[in-house]
Design a protein around this ligand. Structure first.
Ligand code: AMP
Length: 216
């Protein structure tokens, strides 16, 4: 099963992916997370990636392609994947199709989360991620507390690209490069559009219904 979670920065893709992973025994593949790992390792490539991320532009398709090929070779996870933040342009979408086709596999569905621009900015600026468990919180809408988070609050981090200037560029990049993929998937009858403005649990109920119907 190969699911794509699609939506602008701050739409809640990571939050929903984290919930789906447990219930449907899926593996989350976030190209953003994989790129941030490269940056942490301070390699030459990591430095190039950091410049792109901090500007809010897309990292090159070659770098992304190499990461995805590695993921698809990993037998522990390569049968049940939920992609978060990938593909990001038409070239990546077409390459994913080819890579899956080589192994007689297909994308199962594309879930698109729609959220208005004003809410996205608030969500991104309040976002906090636990570097230990990976859970995602929001200072304003969903603060971490003793009930919803087991780790110490010292592990809560803000992403370097979650600032006002970069979010504007990330949104513009999304509209110019990523949004056109929607038609590509709509034409293949793979697209499910979900209201990403609803409550986290209500969005989840809708999404899990869609996935459950595909599994049967
Ligand atoms: P994300 O964690 O998905 O919000 O991604 C953070 C940043 O990583 C993006 O703003 C891009 O600079 C870069 N990035 C993540 N995924 C991709 C991708 N599939 N293609 C190109 N750049 C990406």
């Amino acid at each position: 099963m190969y699911i794509i979670l699609f939506g602008p920065p701050g739409a809640g893709k990571g939050t929903q992916a984290n919930k789906l992973v447990n219930e449907f025994n899926l593996h989350k593949v976030s190209t953003g997370d994989l790129l941030r790992e490269e940056v942490k390792n301070k390699t030459e490539e990591g430095k190039v990636i950091k410049l792109k991320i901090d500007k809010g532009s897309l990292v090159s398709d070659t770098i992304i392609s190499n990461l995805i090929k590695k993921v698809l070779l990993n037998k522990d996870i390569n049968q049940r994947i939920i992609f978060d933040g990938y593909p990001r342009n038409l070239n990546q979408a077409k390459e994913l199709d080819l890579l899956l086709k080589k192994n007689k596999r297909l994308i199962s569905c594309v879930l698109s989360l729609a959220v208005d621009k004003e809410s996205l900015v608030k969500r991104v600026l309040g976002r906090q991620i636990c570097s230990k468990c990976g859970l995602i919180f929001n200072k304003y809408f969903k603060p971490a507390n003793k009930i919803n988070h087991e780790c110490d609050s010292k592990f809560l981090e803000t992403r370097s690209d979650d600032n006002e200037l970069t979010i504007k560029n990330r949104f513009d990049t999304y509209v110019a490069k990523t949004l056109p993929i929607l038609n590509y998937y709509r034409d293949q009858n793979l697209l499910h559009e979900v209201n990403g403005m609803a409550k986290i649990d209500d969005i989840y109920m809708e999404i899990r219904g869609i996935i459950a119907s595909i599994e049967t």
